[in-house]
Design a protein around this ligand. Structure first.
Ligand SMILES: Cc1cc2nc3c(=O)[nH]c(=O)nc-3n(C[C@H](O)[C@H](O)[C@H](O)COP(=O)(O)OP(=O)(O)OC[C@H]3O[C@@H](n4cnc5c(N)ncnc54)[C@H](O)[C@@H]3O)c2cc1C
Length: 274
């Protein structure tokens, strides 16, 4: 994995794992919950670049071993806490529930202790690049995008920002009200939501802008300036599809940055599904 140097050498940074307490647990959607994490020692925490992640070390009571998972930081840097937002990975048929995401949802409460690594990762917002930014996410891939979006809004540098998010429906869609409220206050921010299985309530309240997948024709309609920097995160099938559609629009692959929430895969079209 190609990773930038971790934040362990800067003020508030640390090596290995450090103890944090869950200060607040907030349900963001039917399946995504945020955890606000404060260091137990009360000392400063390292800053990070929007898009980076921490590793969390947990030993669920029912497991013999400690387990480590990565979670993107989902708020802008510069806060006294780290926030992660975790999707509950439900088992289907033979496939069991995800161990750590389920444990976080069901057993980690306000006051619980967890061990965290310093922030790391090379999928980061380039704040020096003044071109328009397009943030594209599917499902829980929204987490690094919210960190980037909050940072861009704080920068307030008039750069056009397009925030595009795909979700099955309004129930699983996290941070919708937050993103909408940012768009109401920022004329440079345009937001569009794509639902594959909208509920009747989504139709009534007009929560989404497109039904189905993000395709090249729709992307061309909602992205004003194609000469932009694109940040992409979601399932492999989502990223593969959007990457292909962007290329069909003539977007250079050098302008597309992306993050996998699992083993790296190719984004070239392939008959295999993820
Ligand atoms: C850089 C990075 C950032 C990430 N950021 C986020 C984030 O912000 N939010 C987030 O929610 N996740 C994020 N992830 C994913 C996260 O790290 C975990 O992979 C995810 O939460 C699942 O962990 P788990 O322990 O719940 O599932 P695991 O127990 O690891 O299982 C993973 C999946 O495999 C299936 N599975 C387990 N055992 C079997 C089996 N024997 N046969 C078949 N299938 C099986 C499970 O059903 C589950 O769907 C990120 C990952 C990376 C690499």
């Amino acid at each position: 994995m190609h990773v930038k140097p971790a934040a362990e050498n800067q003020t508030g940074g640390w090596e290995g794992f450090r103890s944090f307490k869950v200060a607040k647990k907030v349900q963001e959607s039917e399946i995504i919950t945020s955890f606000y994490l404060l260091p137990d020692d009360g000392q400063p925490i390292a800053s990070y670049e929007p898009g980076q992640y921490i590793s969390i070390k947990i030993q669920p009571e029912a497991q013999s071993f400690t387990q480590i998972r990565q979670y993107s930081l989902s708020d802008a840097p510069g806060k006294p806490y780290y926030r992660i937002s975790v999707k509950r990975e439900r088992g289907v048929l033979e496939r069991p529930d995800g161990v750590i995401s389920t444990y976080l949802h069901d057993h980690i409460v306000e006051g619980s202790q967890v061990e965290l690594s310093s922030p790391a990762g090379d999928f980061t917002l380039n704040t020096e690049d003044k071109r328009p930014v397009v943030l594209l996410s599917g499902g829980v891939g929204i987490t690094p995008m919210i960190s980037m979006l909050n940072t861009l809004v704080d920068l307030n540098d008039n750069r056009p920002i397009t925030f595009l998010h795909a979700s099955p429906n309004g129930l699983s869609h996290a941070f919708r009200d937050h993103v909408n409220s940012l768009a109401e206050r920022n004329s440079t921010l345009k937001t569009y939501f794509c639902y594959t299985k909208p509920a009747a309530s989504d139709r009534e309240s007009e929560h989404f802008h497109k039904e189905g997948y993000m395709d090249a024709m729709w992307l061309r309609q909602v992205i004003n300036e194609l000469d932009a920097t694109y940040y992409l995160c979601g399932s492999v099938s989502f990223m593969r599809s959007v990457y292909t559609e962007l290329q069909a629009l003539g977007v250079a692959t050098d302008n597309i940055c992306y993050e996998f929430f699992g083993p790296k895969a190719s984004l070239s079209p392939s008959p295999e599904s993820d």
